[in-house]
Design a protein around this ligand. Structure first.
Ligand SMILES: Cc1cc2nc3c(=O)[nH]c(=O)nc-3n(C[C@H](O)[C@H](O)[C@H](O)COP(=O)(O)OP(=O)(O)OC[C@H]3O[C@@H](n4cnc5c(N)ncnc54)[C@H](O)[C@@H]3O)c2cc1C
Length: 414
């Protein structure tokens, strides 16, 4: 089955997302970009969307509740719910509104996938219950360290067992929503010599003695989103908050499972990049349509329309690659290569399209009137960096081009 038509219910969900992106995310994102500051945690916007029932990463507190929650959004149907496909289409629209605001949505956020995959039922309950009240709350995912970004095997935050506690020491950086998070999933090592086998993940609550926010990063783009450095100095975490419990780490499958969440998030990151580029493309298209006679038979009109056509074609192809990766996930088929292809392909295409928009607008493109385009130019670069850099994706993809003993994988085989 290959289906490009969305169900009526999916269309309704996406219409709501479109409204939210246009009316709320876009103006707030432009405001934060001008101020070069993240949205403060007590901003009324967060309460407003919380009241609308919108949070990031709420799915999965337990499977039955998650499914009924989703069905209440998209309605009952005999067809597969197509959660992954719907999610990436929604992600594109929200990023079109403003990616920085989207990343600052309250909810478990990036902490949700490891909790869902690794946590014990008790840990899941404590964690997800935090997000049930009326107040907006955040979760965060703390993996990256100075010297350990792409190569996570190099993390040096240490976890030393002392009675019923693990004592954490180390530093995390670039942690999205890290300073405002109620809980951070912190990755540490019990022995750096063991590489990934020595890794452990902990649920660390805000206010735990020894857990500090060291700084809020100043970034070139995505200003609405807060990115924090975190410090752990003799931070004692009870063994009950070792994610999954001791037994979990006896098998090697644990972290492999956690890494599989990337097969969902990578196409979504690709789709977000397309959303940002689409915002720049549409602004540029409308500007030329309103200010120049594009229907005239003139070399100028032909050139501009050809440029716009090229941009649109590139964005459409990139979107298809992302949707394919998500569709495979919905069909419960392997999608690791396709997920990495989506992440490797879409962000450079988005950067290319935005750069071309700025070139077409000329020096005018740097002015206030074209703020959305010059902001997109600053927001987009990071998409080739987080969630696995472009180079790392290419390594993942090239490994999957060859089966064991270097035999090329044939067309149609995965
Ligand atoms: C806005 C923002 C938000 C973020 N949010 C989070 C978060 O919430 N939680 C979190 O844990 N992290 C987060 N990160 C960190 C992000 O995941 C890392 O920046 C990313 O993994 C890259 O790591 P690095 O910056 O240390 O770069 P490095 O890994 O040092 O890479 C530097 C360069 O070397 C290249 N390179 C590295 N290894 C190889 C290789 N083997 N072969 C070829 N080239 C290679 C890379 O492609 C890159 O070009 C965030 C980052 C940003 C910018």
């Amino acid at each position: 089955m290959m289906e490009f038509e969305l169900s009526q219910n999916h269309k309704q969900v996406l219409e709501l997302v479109k409204w939210l992106a246009k009316e709320k995310l876009r103006p707030l994102g432009l405001e934060c970009d001008k101020k070069e500051e993240p949205i403060p945690p007590d901003h009324p916007f967060f309460k407003e969307i919380k009241q609308m029932g919108i949070e990031i990463g709420v799915m999965g507190s337990d499977d039955v509740k998650s499914e009924s929650r989703l069905k209440s959004f998209i309605g009952e149907s005999k067809e597969p719910p197509m959660i992954a496909t719907l999610s990436i289409l929604a992600a594109e629209i929200l990023a079109w509104g403003d990616q920085g605001v989207f990343m600052s949505f309250p909810g478990p956020g990036l902490a949700s996938p490891p909790i869902r995959l690794m946590a014990t039922p008790e840990q899941k309950k404590i964690f997800f219950d935090t997000f049930k009240g009326d107040e907006p709350k955040w979760g965060a995912f703390g993996l990256t360290e100075p010297g350990a970004g792409s190569d996570v095997a190099r993390i040096r935050t240490s976890a030393k067992k002392d009675g019923k506690y693990y004592i954490l020491n180390g530093e995390k950086m670039y942690i999205t929503n890290g300073a405002r998070a109620e809980w951070v999933v912190v990755f540490a090592t019990v022995d750096p010599k063991l590489g990934r086998a020595g890794h452990r993940a902990f649920l660390v609550r805000k206010g735990t003695p020894g857990f500090k926010v060291s700084r809020i990063e100043k970034k070139m783009g995505l200003h609405a989103s807060e990115t924090a450095g975190l410090l752990f100095e003799d931070c004692a975490v009870h063994e009950d908050f070792l994610l999954g419990g001791e037994d979990y780490y006896k098998s090697k499958e644990g972290f492999k499972g956690a890494m599989e969440t990337l097969n969902m998030t990578r196409p979504a990151v690709g789709a977000m990049a397309i959303g940002i580029a689409r915002a720049a493309y549409e602004h540029t298209r409308d500007y030329f349509a309103e200010n120049y006679m594009l229907n005239a038979v003139s070399p100028f009109a032909v050139k501009i329309k050809a440029e716009l056509e090229r941009m649109k074609r590139k964005l459409d192809i990139a979107r298809l690659i992302c949707v394919r990766a998500a569709w495979l996930m919905d069909m419960k088929k392997p999608n690791a290569r396709e997920a990495s292809q989506a992440k490797a392909y879409a962000p450079p295409i988005a950067l290319d399209v935005i750069t071309r928009c700025l070139e077409l607008l000329g020096e005018e493109g740097t002015l206030e009137y074209h703020h959305i385009v010059n902001k997109a130019y600053r927001d987009i670069k990071v998409f080739d960096i987080f969630e696995g850099t472009g180079q790392v994706q290419r390594i993942v993809i090239s490994k999957r081009l060859f089966a064991s003993k270097g035999k090329p994988v044939e067309w149609g085989e995965n």
